[in-house]
Ligand binder design. Structure first.
Ligand SMILES: Cc1ncc(COP(=O)(O)O)c(C=O)c1O
Length: 389
């Protein structure tokens, strides 16, 4: 009975309606209004009704003074971390933040002094290859490599690249833009690499609730490492990508080791503002009540992913794309187009706004965001076909 009710509710979620976003102060739509946007990582869906209700209720209170995490959020977080991330996390280990990118920057500043280095693997979400500037640190990057149809870490190259000045490693898991969900073996091996070289492991897991098949590719969080490895980790999480509430600004860091946590928090200084009062309530509703919507979303996105893959294979033979295991982002090899800047070429010829791979450390590639109604995806793909053929 309960599951029948759940299924009926899932059918009621509307992912098909095209909600006009132009002129709504959207980075995605209003930065380059002359182009059709399939770039920055937010989705063209209204957030879950449960979240909208929670925000409305908080708005109706009328007072928006300085906010802190309320008891309802703390218990929703603890339940979520236990059920979905399989980690029992005391609330003292959680540092609430207004976003995940500031957390990456804080980690760089907390653990590197000028002249030290941050390490990561590319291609990767652009701030990973930018935050070292905030710490006046160097950057060490190693390319991921394709092994038997799967993107992997290049362990040998990493051993060669790491050196005494490297102080922290930034992991993106699930990986944006590759869509890989790293296996337990891979995460453990990376944590052991960090231990061997005395690095803090910063694990950005913002996409961990956007996995298409959690049985085939389960998420192994840095929180699931054994205690001796976990103590050098900072795990960054947020409901923002999954429930499409990135504009509200909320994320949190789980830092099991007290010394690490103190250093991380001290690096904040006076650089961060208080956290948005509405975002706390949105996060609580997402984690407490958002699961049916999330499951329906993943089914919808899986259809989009399949359509994008088959359309590109059939109609754009010059482009190469692999099915990601997670995220609504497709990483497309456009080097065969033979143009200097494929993103610019696609923009000029098709009026389509994609993310340029050069910002992820890999020029010649583009990233396509398929987090949108099916009808919008078809419009975007039609533009892509027109641009490349
Ligand atoms: C891997 C990753 N980390 C962080 C962010 C952004 O986080 P926030 O908006 O909380 O700063 C994104 C956004 O696309 C992302 O893909």
């Amino acid at each position: 009975m309960r599951s029948e009710r759940l299924n009926l509710r899932q059918l009621m979620y509307d992912f098909d309606s095209v909600i006009p976003r132009q002129g709504s102060g959207s980075i995605k739509y209003d930065r380059r209004p002359e182009l059709d946007p399939f770039w920055v990582a937010d989705m063209d869906f209204a957030s879950a009704p449960e979240i909208l209700t929670a925000i409305h209720q908080r708005v109706d209170h009328g007072i928006f003074g300085y906010a802190q995490a309320h008891a309802g959020l703390e218990s929703a977080l603890a339940d979520y971390l236990l059920k979905r991330r399989h980690a029992s996390v005391p609330k003292e280990q959680i540092v609430h933040l207004g976003g995940l990118v500031p957390a990456l920057s804080l980690a760089g500043r907390a653990f590197c002094k000028p002249g030290d280095a941050v390490m990561t693997c590319t291609p990767v979400y652009p701030p990973f290859v930018g935050i070292h500037h905030d710490a006046e640190a160097e950057l060490v990057t190693v390319d991921h490599r394709m092994v038997q149809g799967r993107w992997e870490m290049d362990w040998e190259a990493m051993e060669q690249a790491v050196h005494a000045k490297v102080k922290c490693f930034l992991l993106c898991n699930p990986q944006n833009p590759l869509g890989r969900v790293f296996t337990a073996d891979e995460v453990v091996r990376l944590a052991m690499f960090c231990e061997a070289h005395d690095l803090v492991l910063v694990s950005d897991e913002i996409h961990c609730d956007l996995i298409f098949d959690e049985l085939a590719t389960p998420h192994f969080s840095a929180l699931n490492l054994t205690e001796n490895l976990r103590k050098r980790t900072i795990t960054l999480l947020s409901p923002s990508k999954t429930w499409n509430i990135a504009g509200l600004g909320y994320a949190y860091a789980v830092i099991p080791d007290e010394t690490l946590r103190r250093k991380f928090s001290a690096a904040r200084g006076h650089t961060l503002s208080e956290i948005n009062a509405l975002s706390y309530y949105a996060a609580e509703a997402a984690y407490r009540d958002g699961e049916p919507w999330r499951e329906a979303l993943m089914r919808y996105l899986a259809v989009n992913r399949a359509e994008l893959l088959s359309t590109i294979e059939r109609d754009c033979p010059m482009l190469k794309v692999h099915a990601g295991e997670a995220t609504y982002l497709a990483w497309i090899d456009a080097r065969e187009l033979g143009v200097e800047n494929p993103a610019l070429h696609i923009e000029k010829k098709g009026g389509l706004y994609l993310s340029d791979g050069k910002f992820f450390g890999w020029p010649g590639w583009v990233r396509f965001n398929f987090g949108c109604p099916h009808s919008r995806l078809r419009e975007g793909l039609a533009r892509l076909i027109a641009a490349v053929n």
